[in-house]
Design a protein around this ligand. Structure first.
Ligand SMILES: *Cc1c(COP(=O)(O)O)cnc(C)c1O
Length: 369
């Protein structure tokens, strides 16, 4: 084993070049004396909306709340069906079930692992749904032109789960601007991360934004007077100030992630690992870079012993998890992917040499088996 252990994600390394700026931003908050929903949050919401090309941004406490509150704000109610995928973080589904709505899973595209629009079309023809939640998994954009056309045809709302895909685009238009609303997470390992929990919803509808502002703070329409039960899901000033420091770097972070992914693709070209490719319409931001092999667990063990961290996202499809089981549902493409996908180290501070070391370790294992 040569060199230090290579983690699969490394938020500390990502922010390391900006520590003095982050400290200055935090200092600004400490001296300003406003700590929740103040001027930093207002400015961040404006700057984030502008960066993504959206009309309105409402920040919330985390990405899970962002999905839930976005669904509530577009009108999803208890008992409604919400179509999504089973290869996502459980948070996507917790957000749906927290409302009392019912997740309905469709199959994924075997190349990008995002929602299959053929499966979506078929599902909508058999049964209506109140909303669709495409998940831009691993930073790969779902075909939003088709999702939105199908949604319109069948009268469903679209809430994009953009937690892994801030800055990704489909046909040149950023994710988060296609649907009726879009949810983002600023968990530290995401492409744009804060130093705690944070999230946001983008929308082009003013009424949806107004409902979100009320929902995130006790259902207030005016101070101390609730129009709906509401809840507390606010972003704090410290996280907003930190996010404002990092947001201008997001294009560089994403560009570096793309370079790293392309380098992996080059180094592993010709090996038996199918890597998801970008179609001409897609601009991926590689929250994860994944490879695929039937011997995933042995490869993972080999890499671990070579000092290389990997992740399995996600090992058990949602419809097979005890907390969300839907025993009658069968999704062969999703179930196979859960057994075969492996996420390799990727973060903006990862060097070319380290990428080459990881690729070499994979190739040496391939040669040996
Ligand atoms: C991280 C993530 C979430 C949840 O975000 P939190 O901030 O952890 O609540 C939701 N969906 C996807 C696809 C995610 O990756």
């Amino acid at each position: 084993m040569s060199g230090d252990f290579i983690p699969v994600a490394n938020p500390g390394a990502t922010i390391a070049p900006f520590l003095s700026e982050i400290q200055a931003a935090m200092e600004r908050v400490l001296r300003g004396g406003r700590f929740v929903l103040g001027p930093e949050v207002d400015s961040f919401e404006e700057e984030f909306a502008t960066a993504c090309g959206a009309s309105h941004c409402v920040s919330v406490a985390n990405g899970t709340d962002a999905v839930e509150l976005a669904l509530r704000a577009v009108g999803v109610e208890p008992g409604d069906e919400v179509i999504t995928v089973a290869n996502t973080v459980t948070a996507t589904i917790s957000a749906i079930t927290a409302i009392g709505a019912k997740p309905s899973f469709v199959e994924i595209d075997p190349l990008t692992f995002g929602m299959s629009t053929d499966a979506l079309a078929q599902r909508l023809r058999t049964k209506p749904a109140k909303a669709i939640v495409p998940v831009h998994l691993y930073g790969h954009p779902v075909d939003m032109a088709t999702v939105c056309a199908l949604a319109q045809e069948h009268g469903a709302k679209v809430v994009e789960d953009c937690a892994q895909a801030v800055g990704a685009a489909w046909q040149g238009r950023q994710v988060g601007t296609w649907g009726d609303a879009a949810a983002f997470s600023f968990y530290p390992t995401k492409n744009l991360g804060c130093l705690g929990d944070g999230g946001a919803v983008l929308t082009r509808h003013r009424d949806v934004a107004d409902r979100l502002r009320s929902l995130r703070q006790y259902g207030w329409a005016e101070r101390y007077v609730s129009q709906t039960p509401g809840r507390n899901s606010r972003l704090d000033e410290l996280q907003a100030a930190i996010l404002r420091t990092l947001l201008p770097r997001l294009p560089d972070f994403n560009q570096r992630r793309r370079e790293i992914a392309h380098r992996y693709h080059e180094r592993l070209a010709g090996s038996p690992f199918a890597l998801p490719s970008e179609t001409p319409d897609a601009r991926a931001v590689y929250h994860q870079v994944v490879i695929r092999t039937v011997q995933r667990d042995t490869l993972r063990e080999h890499l671990q012993q070579s000092g290389i961290g990997t992740a399995v996202l996600y090992p058990v499809p949602i419809h097979r998890q005890p907390g969300h089981a839907q025993v009658s549902v069968s999704l062969p493409v999703t179930e196979t992917a859960a057994q075969e996908l492996l996420c390799l180290p990727i973060y903006p501070g990862l060097t070319d040499e380290t990428v080459d070391r990881v690729a070499a370790a994979i190739l040496s294992w391939t040669a040996a088996v």
